[in-house]
Ligand binder design. Structure first.
Ligand code: HEM
Length: 213
């Protein structure tokens, strides 16, 4: 079973990471402010299609991230299953209509060259596929499979937090910004998917043991 400490640490990082990304993203929308990332990508910022796709992406990303935060609460699931369902709809809709299509479009001009493009395309497709498998599972009332696939989709969405944290850490070394970007992207996918599989493995073990009792 996941220890209480592991679980508390995980949720602290997640809530803090979401708050930081939210706070940081305000610069995209507040009047008289310009986000640092827009300065970094000045040539693209001049192009309306890219700018508006990025804005839609940030809105979609924040929506699904925030909608997912309470979904693992056992209390909510027990006391107010309708809220779980409602938040689940928001999560799925924001990925299907915003995060996935904008993620694909932005991938082709992303930083990090071919490695960046392939990494973001992989992230987009993997997020879509895991979400669809999670949705199919719940339509079939297969709770175990629903939990497993949505956990993988959640792990991919939260790479947004791991990616930025790794970038900050690697920036303290001699590694070039280009390599840092590529490394952080691929490492964040690998770390988050491994953590999801670790969580699912522990859950399975716990369920197996409680059935044996
Ligand atoms: C399937 C998941 C995701 C994919 C495939 C994806 C893809 C991308 C791509 C390709 C870019 C442009 C990068 C560049 O031009 O170098 C980007 C930027 C960005 N994404 Fe995502 N993204 C995903 C999830 C999220 C989530 C959940 C958030 C949460 C808020 C988010 C927030 C942002 C922000 C704020 C930027 C602008 C760069 C920055 O301010 O750091 N993304 N994303």
């Amino acid at each position: 079973m996941l220890t209480k400490l592991e679980s508390a640490l995980f949720w602290c990082i997640l809530y803090l990471g979401t708050a930081v990304i939210f706070w940081n993203s305000l610069d995209y929308f507040l009047p008289n402010t310009m986000h640092m990332f827009l300065f970094e990508r000045m040539e693209l910022t001049m192009q309306d299609w890219w700018k508006y796709t990025l804005y839609a992406h940030v809105i979609g990303g924040l929506t699904c991230l925030i909608a997912s935060l309470l979904q693992y609460s056992k209390l909510l699931l027990k006391r107010a299953p309708k809220i779980h369902k409602y938040l689940g709809h928001i999560y799925a809709l924001s990925i299907l209509t915003l995060v996935f299509p904008t993620g694909v479009a932005l991938s082709f001009v992303a930083k990090g060259g071919t490695s960046g493009t392939v990494g973001f395309l992989f992230l987009s497709v993997a997020t879509l596929v895991t979400l669809l498998l999670g949705m199919i599972a719940i339509f079939k009332r297969n709770i175990k499979s629903h939990q497993a696939w949505i956990t993988r989709s959640f792990a991919l969405i939260t790479t947004a937090i791991t990616f930025r944290s790794l970038q900050l850490m690697i920036a303290q070394t001699d590694i070039s910004p280009e390599t840092n970007y590529q490394l952080s992207l691929w490492l964040s996918i690998a770390i988050n998917l491994s953590l999801a599989e670790y969580y699912l493995y522990k859950q399975n073990n716990r369920n197996h043991k409680s059935k044996q009792k």
